[in-house]
Design a protein around this ligand. Structure first.
Ligand code: AMP
Length: 283
């Protein structure tokens, strides 16, 4: 199943319409890596994993307006399709699905997929409507691309939990594969939004992963103590403001209980105008 990595890769097929995507005849198993583009090593790690496990890989690039709030960065979200295509080719992607917003949301579009409960906590509480946008676009992508496996990053832990629930509840015949967070050498989680950071903010942002690992290393599993260690560590960095930190059950995203197997310690913070998220799982 795994393909030879040493050959020169052909340019991926560029598919702009749903019709073209549906007509693409892929060998199976087919892997889908959904992204909003401006690719970095985090995205490429998902492509590599998909290449190892699948016979063909589709990368989608779509800055999904439905998952952005009115005050968020939809307009200025970084985009560079030429660079993305070169990276996709290098990584051995077979097809890139990059529709326009009006292709995905034509006039009259009104359906919304809600994953009740888990969409309302953590990021969902901070960004009302965000996960309805995420779940809706992923349901559409699953229907349009028809993959056997879909690859997502642990960086967006809640997105993975919401997606797993939706795949199960709506009987999509695809398996979700969640891949580890890829980090910069100083620990900052790779993100397309990191380009917004000025040099001082960029250096300061490393405090987030330092805070999460300090809490993990404390050996404590009490949610209050884990959260307090993160708060105190982030406070040492004046350029970074913590929005929330939360220790929750990694499976349900509810409170940590005696039955909790893994604790998800997750946070959101701002460095200047840039909003960053990160998490670690404590087993
Ligand atoms: P995005 O383009 O930010 O919507 O991300 C597309 C996919 O890449 C999502 O499944 C993310 O979780 C994943 N991803 C983003 N950043 C990273 C990272 N640093 N490490 C691993 N996966 C990531």
């Amino acid at each position: 199943m795994a393909r030879n990595n040493s050959t020169v890769n052909l340019a991926p097929k560029m598919l702009r319409s749903i019709e073209e995507m549906r007509a693409f005849e892929a060998v199976r198993p087919l892997g889908l890596v959904p992204t909003m583009g401006y690719l970095h090593e985090g995205h490429l790690s998902l492509v590599r994993r998909a290449r190892e496990e699948c016979a063909a890989v589709v990368l989608s690039i779509f800055v999904n307006p439905m998952q952005f709030g009115p005050q968020e960065d939809l307009e200025r979200y970084p985009r560079d399709e030429g660079r993305d295509l070169a990276l996709a080719r290098e990584a051995g992607v077979d097809a890139v699905f990059a529709p326009e917003a009006r292709e995905m949301y034509p006039a009259g579009f009104t359906t919304e997929v809600r994953v009740r409960g888990i969409e309302d906590v953590l990021e969902g509480a901070a960004r009302p409507g965000h996960f309805a946008g995420v779940a809706t676009v992923l349901a559409k992508l699953l229907n349009i691309v028809g993959p056997d496996r879909m690859y997502m990053g642990q960086k967006d832990a809640q997105q993975a939990v919401v997606t797993r629930r939706m795949i199960s509840d709506l009987d999509f015949p695809a398996r979700l594969v969640v891949c580890p967070t890829v980090r910069e050498p100083d620990g900052l989680a790779m993100s397309s939004r990191n380009v917004y950071l000025g040099p001082e903010e960029r250096a300061a942002a490393a405090v987030l992963y330092r805070a999460l690992t300090t809490a993990r290393r404390s050996g404590n599993r009490s949610p209050e103590i884990l959260e307090e260690v993160v708060r105190e560590t982030v406070l040492t960095e004046p350029l970074v403001e913590l929005e929330y930190v939360s220790a929750s059950d990694a499976g349900s995203l509810g409170p940590v209980t005696a039955d909790t197997r893994e604790v998800l310690l997750s946070l959101a913070a701002r460095a200047g105008k840039t909003r960053l998220i990160d998490n670690v799982v404590i087993g």
